[in-house]
Design a protein around this ligand. Structure first.
Ligand SMILES: Cc1cc2nc3c(=O)[nH]c(=O)nc-3n(C[C@H](O)[C@H](O)[C@H](O)COP(=O)(O)OP(=O)(O)OC[C@H]3O[C@@H](n4cnc5c(N)ncnc54)[C@H](O)[C@@H]3O)c2cc1C
Length: 458
């Protein structure tokens, strides 16, 4: 939707083709199973959404979303202890993903140049007679009589932008049309999610609005998060890495929640009222399609998860799409309305590189991770980030700078600013080593949950 908004400034007509029938309100739909799970916008993502759709933040808030401060409201239990609690001016917005989609969609369809074609699936690319460029897409109705041959139509377009997500078939379509398929890199730490919506206990006493209990590589694989959403509800996600998938049955879910690194999450949901069933999700690998190195035909571009899907635990996907939409706008402006596809894909690759290095780097801490390589650079980053994480519980400054990178307001190189590098070097090599305090909560995992050692063998 962000890309469509950008295109509308340069083309007379923009058609968003969506295989689902879109709901009027904020309901789940089959095409985005991940939408049932916890989603939030980092500050940079929210800024871009607001820039493209002025008023969207206020609309989200009016619908019950929460605009929170990363330091004041979000308590994170790192492996070195709790994050410092103080306002740091980094807002983020929490909601259900269907509410976010519905709110942005309302802004999108208000633009007379944009139309939604619902219930139609893109089934291939239309290629020019000389085989040199993409000239449109082949579409067919999603639901049709299986005994009738699909009615495939061609929709001509000056530019086709693939935003069909992780499951994009564009690489195969390009290959079928005689273009090189982009190569893929996959780094998979085998994370799994289980998510449920709760009504909190009235006046439940807590000192957080969002609670995130992180796991601890290499052997404590379990994490959990509670986030407020519209309707004064909580969305609760528990997650496990290295095949330690959280169960989706009532008893198993609660048992898993009780085994996290602090009892705080379990305590909060123990007497809360479940409002939904428990949904599982396992498609969490980091998957990068190297369109920047492929011979991308003119008339075609790709962005979002269609180019790079991240392990969702780092929450970067939608914010990065915002930055990619801005890059699309810049490339179109520079080309006076014409897109140089190869140049654009190189811009996307540059934007992806930093978050990719950070997320895959973290996933490579887990011994069962497949794909990727533990190079000297990765080893150094493991050491450096570990030092930063050890500093976080006692340094608000380091915490803020670390979060500015997470919120994509600063590039990962900002972690080497003297205000971070200095304390890191003093901590690691200084005469008086100050050790980070031990986590305030001892790991509360019961021995019968120790599936992590099993998982390591996979
Ligand atoms: C469990 C989970 C939690 C996450 N949490 C966060 C978070 O907190 N913050 C964050 O920033 N990111 C988060 N992400 C990442 C975020 O969801 C993705 O980065 C984002 O949804 C990608 O958007 P997209 O438009 O590229 O693809 P999608 O959201 O996958 O959308 C693709 C759309 O294309 C449609 N489609 C697919 N194929 C076709 C076709 N052939 N024809 C027509 N239509 C088609 C689909 O129906 C769908 O509507 C999370 C991801 C997961 C899995």
């Amino acid at each position: 939707m962000l890309a469509a908004r950008v295109l509308a400034d340069h083309f007379d007509r923009v058609t968003v083709i969506e295989r689902d029938q879109l709901p009027d309100g904020s309901e789940n739909r089959p095409g985005v199973p991940h939408a049932r799970h916890l989603h939030f916008f980092f500050k940079r993502g929210l800024m871009v959404a607001e820039e493209l759709f002025p008023g969207v933040t206020a609309d989200l808030q009016a619908a019950g979303s929460h605009l929170l401060d990363q330091g004041r409201d979000f308590r994170i239990l790192y492996r070195s202890g709790w994050s410092p609690r103080a306002e740091i001016g980094l807002e983020f917005c929490t909601f259900t993903r269907p509410l976010l989609e519905a709110t942005i969609r309302r802004h999108l369809v208000a633009n007379p140049k944009i139309s939604l074609l619902q219930g139609f699936e893109v089934a291939g690319l239309a290629i020019s007679g000389d085989g040199a460029r993409v000239e449109g897409v082949k579409i067919q109705p999603r639901h049709q009589d299986p005994n009738v041959l699909p009615e495939v139509q061609t929709l001509a377009a000056e530019l086709v932008v693939d935003t069909s997500g992780r499951g994009s078939k564009a690489p195969e379509w390009l290959e079928a049309a005689g273009f090189a398929k982009p190569e893929e890199t996959v780094v998979d730490a085998f994370w799994g999610y289980a998510t449920r919506i709760y009504e909190p206990v009235e006046d439940y006493k807590k000192d957080w609005k969002v609670l995130f209990l992180m796991n601890r590589p290499p052997y404590q694989p379990r994490a959990g998060i509670i986030q407020p959403i519209e309707g004064n509800r909580w969305i609760v996600t528990i997650a496990g890495v290295m095949h330690d998938y959280p169960p989706t049955d009532e008893e198993g879910f609660l048992k898993f929640a009780r085994s996290l690194s602090s009892p705080e999450l379990y305590r909060a949901i123990e007497h809360a009222k479940p409002l939904s069933r428990i949904w599982g999700y396992r498609r969490t690998e980091n998957r990068l399609r190297h369109y920047d190195k492929a011979d991308v035909p003119q008339g075609f571009a790709a962005l979002g998860d269609a180019v790079c899907g991240f392990n969702p635990v780092y929450g970067v996907g939608m914010t990065l799409i915002g930055l990619e939409a801005q890059a699309l706008r810049k490339c179109l402006r520079d080309g006076k309305g014409r897109l140089d596809s190869r140049r654009f894909q190189k811009q996307v690759a540059k934007l992806v590189a930093g978050p990719w290095a950070l997320t895959t780097g973290e996933d490579l801490r887990w011994p069962a991770t497949q794909g990727g390589e533990i190079t000297a650079k990765v080893k150094f980053m493991h050491w450096y980030i570990e030092q930063v994480i050890r500093l976080i519980p006692r340094s608000q400054e380091v915490f803020r700078r670390f979060q500015e990178v997470n919120h994509m307001l600063k590039p990962p190189t900002a972690l080497f600013h003297p205000a971070v590098l200095g304390p890191v070097l003093r901590q690691a090599f200084g005469p008086k080593r100050i050790f980070a305090p031990k986590p305030q909560e001892a790991p509360a995992r019961a021995p019968q949950h120790s599936t992590s050692t099993m998982a390591v063998r996979h």
